[in-house]
Design a protein around this ligand. Structure first.
Ligand code: ADP
Ligand code: ZN
Length: 617
């Protein structure tokens, strides 16, 4: 709950306090101090003709004495005598028939007041509970709204609309987007159109209304869409498609309606829908609850896109990393018919992106960003931004004024391998880890065509006890079969070395085995790299993009084939293990040198590894 939620509560408390003060002010006449006395004392004073006036209200009596009179008051347990000129008392519930005649005979001024409270006070008392109830109801509604429109009230369907009622003005331009020249080129056309729609219409050109940006997360799809809006100077409406999907049917569709009507009002404008696959999955393919909702939302989206007037200058840009699961209806002409593929940045783009983000920190003049770019294949723009940021944190931690190459290297290691972990290992465990990592490194060095070893360490990082880090020299787009089998050998090298040296196996190789199994399975089932299975794709459960795990899926092949696939996977792995074992046992001397050096220095870089291996003949 936000702070604004407490407003009505505070307001109500203030009201109560205010009324109290007000009521008290009016009900106590004057400032004369009244002292409470007993009824008998009152009768005694009356008998002594010391009562001047009384006001009777029900059984409560307040009055004034003719002369100041001593009364006893209890203050903190002690009795104190006071000079009183006014008093209060209570009539006994047994009616005293002698009271009225006596009052009359003593010429006391008697006023009777109705027992009903004043109309003002009664209004307050009457209204207060209602105020409270309404306040609490309002509070609950606020709470519900925050969690999504889980109410029966149709009006709350709009609750999410606030996120995009006003289109943003963006000050990001293409200059802020490093690299991605091809994608930028394709989007320039949109910018020209949005800047000068008249020109396009005069020529009769047809401008696509829907553009789909396809690429892995963090590659700058959102950034690019914003840059288009910024370049063209138009309003930018953005929403993540997962925000459309709510628990209650119909909410998503009404949000889509709102979004489009707002964008049309603000035209020329850009609507950006992130994670389009969240609503745009093939209809009928929904799982669990809420797939009706998704279909309704999707239908609404489709009909909004079809309903565009040719003169409405609204462009819809959507982003997804799963174009394969999108409903074909979304990709038809007139809808998202233009696709812009955004890949992970290559070496040159990575350097550009690093430069863009390095503007925000103070870099040491010695820093060469091209080296960092070379060491970060596969990283996305978001990762690289994170790397610079992490480097700045490292520098700040050490009170350095500038971010040095060392900081950036550390940041890179942290992102690639997880942070260093303090862990006390026994000497024996350390030895096992050293031989294990030396095994990986040795196999990687001995096999041709593997990625160069960048770093090997027995300092625990993240979940791993030690690490051998290989980095490709350049970005790879194709993986030949020999490269993949070599990778299997390298991954198994650790386990093989352990077995050769200690004649035993440890649990340290678990993550290696996972990598090996997954890779071998892909080689057989997806890349057709097994002779016996052939060039067919067998889906063994697709990894679900949201759950991050495999869903049970109907098998489209026979039990025999499943058995054969298992055999082939096992055979590939066994073959790789044999090869690794041959290599390691033939070079046991080199293994020992590497392991000893690791035990001594804990970490070795690629250069040191080369030197060590060169020294052994
Ligand atoms: P996506 O939408 O593809 O998941 P984002 O656009 O949200 O990715 O990118 C996340 C962050 O990564 C951006 O805020 C930006 O700072 C950074 N980034 C990604 N690509 C680039 C790039 N080409 N140039 C500069 N920064 C980038
Ligand atoms: Zn290992």
């Amino acid at each position: 709950m936000g702070p604004s939620v407490w407003k009505p509560v505070v307001l109500m408390l203030a009201l109560v306090v205010f009324f109290n003060i007000f009521y008290n002010l009016f009900s106590t006449q004057g400032t004369t101090q009244e002292y409470s006395i007993s009824y008998s004392r009152f009768r005694a004073e009356l008998a002594a003709d010391n009562i001047k006036s009384v006001t009777v209200k029900g059984s409560n009596v307040r009055g004034t004495f003719r002369n100041k009179t001593n009364v006893v008051e209890k203050v903190q347990g002690k009795e104190v005598t006071r000079q009183a000129s006014a008093f209060t008392t209570v009539l006994p519930s047994v009616t005293d028939p002698t009271l009225m005649p006596e009052l009359a005979s003593k010429k006391v001024d008697v006023t009777a007041v109705s027992t009903e409270t004043s109309s003002f006070a009664s209004v307050v008392i009457y209204i207060l509970p209602w105020l409270l109830i309404i306040g609490i109801w309002w509070l609950m509604m606020r709470g519900v709204k925050g969690q999504g429109p889980g109410t029966m009230m149709g009006g709350f369907a709009r609750s999410g609309a606030r996120m995009y009622v006003s289109g943003e003005r963006i000050n990001v331009t293409f200059d802020d987007v490093a690299g991605m020249e091809n994608s930028k080129q394709e989007l320039k056309e949109m910018v020209d159109y949005l800047k000068n729609p008249k020109l396009f219409q005069d020529i009769g050109g047809k401008v696509p209304k829907g553009i789909l940006l396809v690429g892995p997360p963090g590659t700058g799809k959102t950034l690019l869409a914003r840059a288009v809006a910024g370049e063209a100077g138009v309003a930018f409406f953005s929403i993540s498609a997962s925000q459309f999907i709510e628990m209650f049917v119909g909410v998503g569709a009404s949000r889509v309606r709102d979004l489009f009507s707002n964008a049309k009002k603000a035209a020329p404008s850009i609507i950006f829908i992130d994670e389009l696959d969240a609503v745009g999955r093939s209809r009928g393919a929904g799982f669990g609850g809420g797939h009706d909702e998704r279909e309704q939302t999707l239908n609404q989206l489709l009909s909004e896109m079809d309903g565009f007037d040719p003169h409405e200058e609204v462009i819809v840009i959507a982003a997804t990393n799963r174009p394969d699961v999108l409903d074909p209806a979304l990709l038809r002409p007139g809808r998202f018919d233009r696709h812009v593929v955004i890949d992970r940045p290559d070496l040159r783009d990575r350097e550009q992106i690093l430069k863009v983000h390095a503007r925000k920190v103070r870099l040491d003049p010695q820093v060469d960003l091209s080296i960092i770019a070379r060491g970060t294949p596969g990283m996305t723009g978001a990762d690289l931004e994170n790397l610079i940021n992490e480097g700045a944190i490292q520098a700040a931690r050490r009170n350095w004024k500038t971010v040095t190459m060392d900081d950036l290297e550390r940041a890179k290691d942290k992102i690639l391998m997880g942070g260093e972990r303090k862990l006390v290992m026994s000497e024996h465990e350390k030895r096992i880890t050293a031989y294990h990592e030396a095994g990986h490194t040795l196999v990687a060095k001995l096999l041709p065509g593997t990625d160069p070893v960048h770093k090997v360490t027995i300092v625990p990082h993240g979940m791993a006890l030690g690490l051998t880090q290989q980095l490709p020299e350049d970005d790879r787009y194709h993986y030949p079969k020999t490269y993949l089998t070599n990778r299997l050998c390298v991954a198994l090298g650790g386990r093989v070395a352990e077995r050769l040296v200690f004649d035993d196996l440890s649990t340290g190789a678990q993550s290696d085995l996972k990598v090996v199994t997954q890779l071998a399975e892909k080689m057989v089932c997806q890349w057709g790299m097994s002779e016996k299975i052939g060039a067919v794709i067998y889906s063994r459960g697709e990894e679900h993009p949201f759950l991050g795990r495999k869903l049970a899926e109907e098998k489209s092949f026979s039990e025999q084939m499943a058995w054969l696939i298992d055999q082939e996977i096992a055979a590939i792995i066994r073959e790789a293990e044999l090869k690794a074992e041959e290599l390691v046992s033939a070079n046991i001397k080199k293994l020992e040198v590497l392991a000893d050096a690791l035990l001594e220095a804990e970490s070795l870089d690629g250069h040191q590894v080369d030197q060590l291996l060169g020294s052994v003949q």
